[in-house]
Design a protein around this ligand. Structure first.
Ligand SMILES: [Zn+2]
Length: 299
């Protein structure tokens, strides 16, 4: 009897230990893949927490703030879709936006623009705004300032070549820029445009949860971050649009929003020669990963 009890205690302890180990490993995986990309460079979740979780989201999205603007007259929302265009989801998003007569802003990746030119032109033809999201979705932390500049110019050239448009907004891959990076972006004539609402569509697949998290605390203007490569947002988008329309929101592009709040986005300076990345980078061919495995649902 005593032996049996000892055996059970040992078994229980072993199972608890294994469970704890599995939990620790999965948290580490989740932390590295889902949380780390959101943290400012050289910060851990712990330092972020110490800094005040309440303030953290603002730190993430403070590049372009509309906080002080007078929006007593209108409730405006700018939907933004990052990382595309993708052949599977972008046409679905465009169909939904057309159906609901909503104009949005697409932060595109240069190599995807060159790989899917018809889709890129469709975005513009449908009246949406097209914006710069680097040439190969490279994060600033992996680049020198010269390389970051090359990434921005590479995407700009791709957009110009394929659609004839000159983007005014830049959003960094991964959502972060250092002060040095912000300076690089400004020197090129761009406005850094992050988001004020981040529903987390790259991991949240439940449409109802997405809709709820998208307008938590939303009573006036804002910029919503979404992704062109996430199925969740395709399913949630009609409900999201209806919910915000019912609350009296109007949908605008980023340029329109900036105009409405009295901070119009300056036009991009004309550049005669853009020293972009190499030809192979610009024409990756069908073999290129779309999206990059690491970045599939990352911002
Ligand atoms: Zn992105």
């Amino acid at each position: 009897m005593k032996r049996k009890r000892r055996f059970l205690v040992a078994l229980f302890s072993l199972l608890t230990l294994t469970g704890a180990l599995i939990l620790a490993v999965s948290f580490r995986y989740f932390y590295k893949r889902e949380l780390l990309p959101w943290l400012p460079p050289n910060q851990s979740l712990w330092s972020w927490r110490l800094d005040g979780l309440e303030r953290a989201p603002q730190a993430l999205f403070d590049f372009l703030q509309y906080k002080d603007s007078d929006c007593s007259r209108k409730k405006l929302i700018a939907l933004t879709f990052d990382d595309g265009p993708y052949p599977l989801y972008t046409p679905l998003l465009l169909d939904i936006l057309k159906h609901y007569k909503v104009k949005a802003t697409f932060f595109v990746v240069g190599i995807h623009v060159r790989e899917f030119p018809a889709l890129s032109r469709q975005i513009v033809a449908d009246g949406h705004e097209i914006a710069n999201h680097t040439n190969r979705h490279r994060r600033e932390r992996d680049l020198s300032q010269a390389e970051l500049r090359g990434e921005i110019l590479g995407c700009e050239q791709a957009i110009l070549d394929v659609t004839g448009q000159r983007p005014r907004c830049f959003r960094p891959a991964g959502g972060f820029l250092t002060d040095e990076g912000i300076q690089t972006v400004q020197n090129l004539g761009y406005t850094s445009c992050n988001a004020t609402v981040n529903p987390g569509d790259w991991w949240q697949r439940d449409p109802d949860m997405l809709i709820r998290s998208s307008y938590r605390g939303r009573s006036r203007e804002g910029v919503t971050l979404m992704h062109s490569g996430a199925l969740g947002i395709v399913r949630a988008l009609p409900g999201y649009i209806n919910a915000l329309k019912a609350k009296g929101f109007e949908f605008v592009t980023l340029s329109e929003l900036a105009q409405e709040v009295g901070r119009p986005l300056p036009e991009l300076p004309k550049r005669t020669h853009i020293p972009g990345p190499s030809v192979e980078d610009q024409n990756p061919g069908l073999g290129s990963p779309i999206p990059e495995a690491d970045d599939e649902y990352a911002p």
